[in-house]
Ligand binder design. Structure first.
Ligand SMILES: [Zn+2]
Length: 243
C-alpha cells in the first residue's frame, strides 16, 4: 500500500553502503520508520537531506512484514533555519524529538501531536524564553499522549483540595493534606503553578505563548514536569521492553 503524508525527521542514521533510515513523526500515521535507498550515493535522488527536525513531504510503501517501510519520495518543505545555529535552541529541539520518539506510538494517528511539534519548532526560531516554551510543550504533550497529570481533585480520595497542595509523582496527580503518601513520593506545588498548567492545557498555541509565568512558577514547573516525565517514561520504557 502506498501512503502519502508530511513528516518531521526525529532521527536518521546511515544504513549499509548507500542508504539511510529515518524516523518520521507524520501528520497522518504517527511515528513511521523508513528506508531511503541510494540517498548517499545520489543525493539528488531525493529533495531532502533528512536534516533533523525538518518537515518533508513523503511517499512510502508500507512493508507488511517489517516496521521499516520503503520511502520513494522525500521532499523538504521546511528547514527551520532560525534555531539551527543556537545551541540552547538546538538542545530544546533535540529534547522535544526524543520525548516524542519515546511517547508517540508507531503508526498510530495523532495529528494533534504532529501539529504541536510543528508549532513548537516554529516558535523555537523566535521566542525569547526557551525554558517557558519547553514547559508549554511538555504540558501539551502529556495532555495529547494521554499522560495528563490529575489536577482537578485529590488523586487518592477524589475530594476537592483545600489547603496546601502536594504533587505525587507515582500517582501522577495532586494529593490533599489528609491523604497519606510516602514522604519521598510527593513534592510541594503552589496553586499558581497548578492553575498555570491547567491554563496551558486549555489555551490554543498563539495565546499560550503570551502567558506570563513568575520565576517561582517556572522553578516549580521545571521540577514537577521533569520528575513526572522521567518517572512515567521509565515505567513506559520498561513495559515496552517486557512486551
Ligand atoms: Zn485526598
Amino acid at each position: 500500500m502506498i501512503s502519502k503524508t508530511e513528516g518531521i525527521v526525529l532521527k536518521s542514521f546511515d544504513f549499509r553502503e548507500t542508504s539511510r533510515i529515518a524516523t518520521f513523526l507524520t501528520r497522518d500515521f504517527g511515528k513511521v520508520k523508513g528506508i531511503l535507498k541510494g540517498i548517499r550515493k545520489d543525493p539528488r535522488k531525493f529533495g531532502s537531506s533528512l536534516d533533523r527536525f525538518s518537515v518533508n513531504d513523503i511517499v512510502y510503501y508500507q512493508h507488511r512484514n517489517s516496521d521499516i517501510h520503503l520511502v520513494s519520495h522525500c521532499d523538504m518543505k521546511e528547514f527551520f533555519n532560525g534555531f539551527r545555529r543556537d545551541l540552547k535552541r538546538l538542545t530544546a529541539a533535540s529534547y522535544a524529538s526524543e520525548l516524542l520518539d519515546t511517547l508517540v506510538m508507531a503508526e498510530e494517528e495523532n495529528t494533534s501531536i504532529y501539529e504541536l511539534m510543528q508549532s513548537f519548532l516554529n516558535s523555537l526560531q523566535t521566542v525569547k524564553d526557551i525554558n517557558k516554551l519547553v514547559h508549554i510543550f511538555q504540558i501539551k504533550v502529556l495532555l495529547l499522549s494521554g499522560f495528563r497529570p490529575h489536577l482537578d481533585s485529590c488523586v487518592r480520595c477524589q475530594k476537592k483540595i483545600i489547603g496546601p497542595t502536594r504533587f505525587s509523582l507515582p500517582l501522577g496527580g495532586l494529593v490533599c493534606a489528609y491523604c497519606k503518601t510516602p514522604v519521598g513520593d510527593v513534592v510541594a506545588i503552589t496553586k499558581g503553578t497548578v492553575a498555570s498548567i491547567m491554563h496551558i492545557e486549555d489555551s490554543p498555541w498563539p495565546a499560550v505563548l503570551r502567558l506570563g509565568l513568575s520565576e517561582r512558577i517556572k522553578k516549580e514547573l521545571k521540577y514537577v514536569l521533569n520528575h513526572f516525565l522521567v518517572f512515567h517514561l521509565e515505567r513506559h520504557l520498561r513495559s515496552t521492553r517486557y512486551l
